[in-house]
Design a binder for this molecule. Sequence first.
Ligand SMILES: Nc1ncnc2c1ncn2[C@@H]1O[C@H](COP(=O)(O)OP(=O)(O)OP(=O)(O)O)[C@@H](O)[C@H]1O
Ligand SMILES: [Mg+2]
Length: 244
Amino acid sequence: MIKIENVSKSYKKGIKVIDNLNLEIKDGEIFGFLGPNGVGKTTTIKMITGILDIDEGKILIDDIDIQKNPVEAKKKFGFVPDSPDMFIKLKGIEYLNFIADIYEVPQNVREERIERLSKKFGIYDSLNNKIQSYSHGMRQKIVIIGVLLHNPKNWIIDEPMTGLDPSSTFELKKLMREHADAGNSVFFSTHILDVAERLCDRVGIINKGKLLFVGTYEEIKEQLQEDKSLEELFMEITKNDEEN
Ligand SMILES: Nc1ncnc2c1ncn2[C@@H]1O[C@H](COP(=O)(O)OP(=O)(O)OP(=O)(O)O)[C@@H](O)[C@H]1O
Ligand SMILES: [Mg+2]
């Protein structure tokens, strides 16, 4: 569970990139965070994960305050950033063992998970190569596997499907569904609205730092009284906001 309470953030004094955001991602749900480029999705995710300080308000992960108790809060989530270019001098297997050490994943558990997940995502044969030799999609996969190694309750993923091939996207979506169905939460940002329409239990639409809508796809259709795709409804909601 992730609770965002009255959160605001500025990079430059006087210009709020995030303006009094309130959002709750519940256990058991996949939540899609949608919005045009540059409206504050990654900024929000960086505050949830403790990478950026929060100017006003607070964020709780499983009731633990990310600013007051960052180490305990960080044990409660796994995070896949939008640019997975980390630790590129390490071999894939070294990176995974490093992550497993940090999160104290027992040897037998990590071995089973590394083998199963890297085979699932088709990079088992590349684990002994350095990450710098990996393609963008392969780098994303190694970070995703690292996150799944310690089986965190809350998954936070910034644009997971941008570089993944179809079979890995399929596997990831399946894992997200299974994880949520087991009573955990999945929070991800995306621009791929037909995926969001099918995969998400609820979505939030943000524009210029403010939430325009939170709810299910059915609720958006009811609110706008139109039986259209999520993509079409998204365009209407954001266009109306620009005109106001
Ligand atoms: N480190 C930074 N310093 C100054 N401004 C920043 C910084 N990071 C982001 N911004 C600005 O904050 C705003 C929100 O950026 P953010 O990365 O959160 O958008 P986003 O919704 O994730 O966009 P995208 O869909 O393109 O990923 C943008 O105007 C961006 O230029
Ligand atoms: Mg972003």
